[in-house]
Design a protein around this ligand. Structure first.
Ligand code: 2AM
Ligand code: CA
Length: 264
């Protein structure tokens, strides 16, 4: 927790909020570049990342910065680092589907100690501090109490960047969960799925092959709200590679895990 000692969570949250506000006020032109299959980056992603990176650097210059829109190969994982997705839900942003967020987490000695997820269109800012709970606009969050998968609302993503490679097995897994739960939701933002699990709005979420910036802040939100997060085998997530992610209230996670044919 050393890195947090001189760091005010409020100041970090204010940087994230300011990034959202300057985006909403200035709306940078939506120039779109393609990174891979169904995988895009816009001028908005780049502007928000640079705004937050610079703000964090002035607050705490010794903490490294890992961001989706930069080269991260020099990160020393044994030292503290931020993990940021400037826009989680970029495809939504491009379509004006209004379901995107900024996601920022602080990783210290392989553990997330602080996380913020800020909805770009709703007045909803989620944050969590290790040992101090998960919060939404000042209200403490708890995961749902649902115990039966048949009553569970489950968020998922379709891993569209790996459509040819994973598409068939993703939909096989989806079918197995869908026929045993109340219903499925697909927002297009893994970070928001996780924030909404922390808020008890959904009972669990799962998606294959997510990047660390998609799930880092969501981990601490769900855990501090009383739930749990793991990969499809039940192992903790790691922050230097892509992971298959299940987050939930802790009971529903296990029900989902048994329904997934694809364990890797
Ligand atoms: P993004 O909107 O920041 O691109 C959608 O299924 C989820 O997967 C979103 O959270 C999306 O984040 C994320 N995602 C996008 N590109 C990805 C990639 N190349 N690998 C893994 N996850 C990705
Ligand atoms: Ca992104």
């Amino acid at each position: 927790m050393e890195a947090l000692k001189n760091l005010s969570p409020e100041k970090v949250i204010n940087v994230v909020r300011a990034a959202k506000n300057q985006y909403l006020e200035k709306k940078p032109t939506l120039e779109i570049y393609k990174k891979g299959e169904a995988d895009f980056v816009t001028q908005v992603d780049v502007c928000i990342q640079e705004f937050v990176r610079a703000g964090l650097e002035s607050l705490c210059p010794e903490i490294q910065f890992m961001g989706e829109e930069k080269d991260n190969h020099t990160i020393d994982f044994s030292k503290p680092f931020w993990i940021m997705d400037p826009v989680d839900g970029t495809t939504n942003l491009i379509h004006d589907f209004k379901c995107s967020c900024i996601s920022l987490a602080l990783c210290v000695h392989g553990k997330i100690v602080f996380g913020v997820i800020c909805h770009l269109y709703l007045n909803e800012l989620f944050y969590a501090i290790r040992g101090k709970g998960a919060w939404l606009n000042g209200k403490r969050l708890s995961v749902s109490r649902t115990t039966e998968l048949s009553q569970g609302l489950i968020c998922t993503g379709t891993s569209p960047y790996y459509k040819k490679e994973l598409g068939a097995s993703v939909f096989e897994d989806l079918k197995n969960v869908y026929f045993n739960c109340e219903d499925i939701r697909r927002t297009g933002s893994a970070a928001l799925d996780m924030a909404w699990v922390a808020a008890g709005r959904a009972d669990a979420c799962f998606e294959r092959r997510l990047c660390p910036w998609d799930f880092a802040a969501g981990i601490i939100l769900i855990e501090e709200a009383g739930g749990s997060v793991s990969d499809f085998l039940g192992a903790p997530l790691e922050f230097y590679k892509k992971c298959d992610v299940i987050g939930g209230n802790g009971i529903i996670n296990e029900h989902i895990r048994t329904r997934l044919l694809t364990k890797k």
